[in-house]
Design a protein around this ligand. Structure first.
Ligand code: PLP
Length: 401
């Protein structure tokens, strides 16, 4: 009998499992709105031109495949912090930021969770309700206790701001507050600049530590600076904070696993100590990070020409998503008979839209209409084309009523 007899089958991942079900469906109308990956209007994966150019540069230079240091590629770490905080942010000159390249957004969050587990025993992380499903897995596996703060208000399909503030206030002093820097996943609902100020006030009052997850910089508004404004607002207050970054979406580097964890500290001395401990945590987990994506980012962000080209491509991607968002809204509204106010769709930002469809309705979307999506009612607009908006609107209206 197998020594592994006691191991039962794990449930499929609720997000990645959607793609598997989609692949198995033979209906030609099928639509995959499950995974948050950008697709062209022809619904094909997209490799950015600037990425191809950066890769060509790397080949020309004949770069080697030696190990990176534990903290990653120096040129990457420099530009990633500059991209996030702004190149002239005094916290960089003051060397108050510990930046460590890690395995994209997920790996960076996991490394930060390990730091919390080791140096803040018993501290809890507050996550939004709802949030990206993997957040709970990450903190569970790192043995960091977490609880939720209110975020989504089903009545308005908007932000429950009062609830959010009340829950952050009620959390034990010194908690970590996980915030989505922009383009909240799964709801697509972000706080306004005024609301961000208020959130920062409450976090400061309670001596909490803000912990940003920035997986969509540039992808929400189309502007890298605008999408970083929440993080910069906190940093400008002189607060200590954690920020996990990902280049999966904004540079389309999903499989390269490139991102970083940044810890903003009060002093350069504290930042150096934190960095040394992040390296110590990374070493037995994965030793050192992969080089390919780091070189791409360093080349793109570090070269004025490629950087400008990247901005144009990102605007194009964000623009396509905005276009289908508007088109979906128009299609839903023109069906008319429902009398439902669909304007929440236009207020949401980023790749995702929370439709307000419940579990049974989301199942109807898949079973009857072959529209694959997560059961929480989230659709990825990045997987939608203009041509399919009418069809999707029919499916949504049928499932709602
Ligand atoms: N955080 C959020 C909110 C996300 O939506 C994602 C990806 O879907 C990630 C982090 C991490 O993605 P990756 O590990 O590919 O960078």
């Amino acid at each position: 009998v197998s020594r592994f007899e006691g191991i039962s089958v794990a449930p499929p991942d609720p997000i990645l499992g959607v793609s598997e079900a989609y692949k198995a469906d033979t209906n030609e109308k099928k639509l995959n709105l499950g995974v948050g990956a950008y697709r062209t209007e022809e619904l094909q994966p997209y490799v950015l031109n600037v990425v191809k150019k950066a890769e060509n540069l790397m080949l020309e230079r004949g770069e080697n495949k030696e190990y990176l240091p534990i903290e990653g590629l120096a040129a990457f770490n420099k530009v990633t912090a500059e991209l996030l905080f702004g190149a002239d942010n005094p916290i960089l000159k003051e060397q108050r930021v510990a930046t460590v390249q890690s395995l994209s957004g997920t790996g960076s969050l996991r490394l930060a969770a390990a730091l919390i587990e080791r140096y803040f025993p018993g501290a809890r992380v507050l996550i939004s309700s709802p949030t990206w499903g993997n957040h709970k897995n990450i903190f569970n596996d790192a043995r960091v206790p977490w609880s939720e703060y209110r975020y989504y208000d089903p009545k308005t399909v908007g932000l429950d701001f009062e609830g959010m503030i009340a829950d952050i206030k009620a959390a034990p002093e010194g908690s970590f507050i996980l915030l989505h820097g922009c383009a909240h996943n799964p709801t697509g609902i972000d706080p306004t600049p005024q609301q961000w100020e208020k959130i920062a006030d409450v976090i400061q009052e309670k001596n909490h530590i803000p912990f940003f997850d920035v997986a969509y910089q540039g992808f929400a508004s189309g502007s890298l600076d605008e999408d970083a404004s929440s993080v910069r607002l906190f940093a400008a207050r002189g607060m200590e904070l954690l920020v996990a970054q990902s280049y999966s979406k904004n540079l389309g580097l999903y499989a390269e696993r490139i991102g970083a964890i940044n810890v903003v500290c009060l002093t350069a001395d504290a930042a150096a100590r934190v960095k040394s401990q992040l390296k110590r945590l990374a070493r037995p987990m994965y030793s050192n990070p992969p080089v390919h994506g780091a070189r791409i980012v360093a080349n793109v962000v570090g070269s004025p020409d490629l950087f400008n080209e990247w901005k144009e491509e990102m605007e194009m991607m964000a623009g396509r998503i905005k276009t289908v968002r508007q088109k979906l809204y128009d299609s839903l509204t023109s069906k008319g008979n429902s009398g439902k106010d669909w304007s929440f769709i236009l207020k949401q930002i980023g790749m995702f839209s929370y439709t307000g469809l419940n579990k049974a309705q989301s199942e109807n979307m898949t079973n009857k209409w072959h529209v694959y999506m997560t059961k929480d009612g989230r659709i990825s607009l990045a997987g939608l084309s203009s041509a399919k908006c009418e069809y999707l609107a029919d499916a949504i209206i049928d499932s709602y009523y």
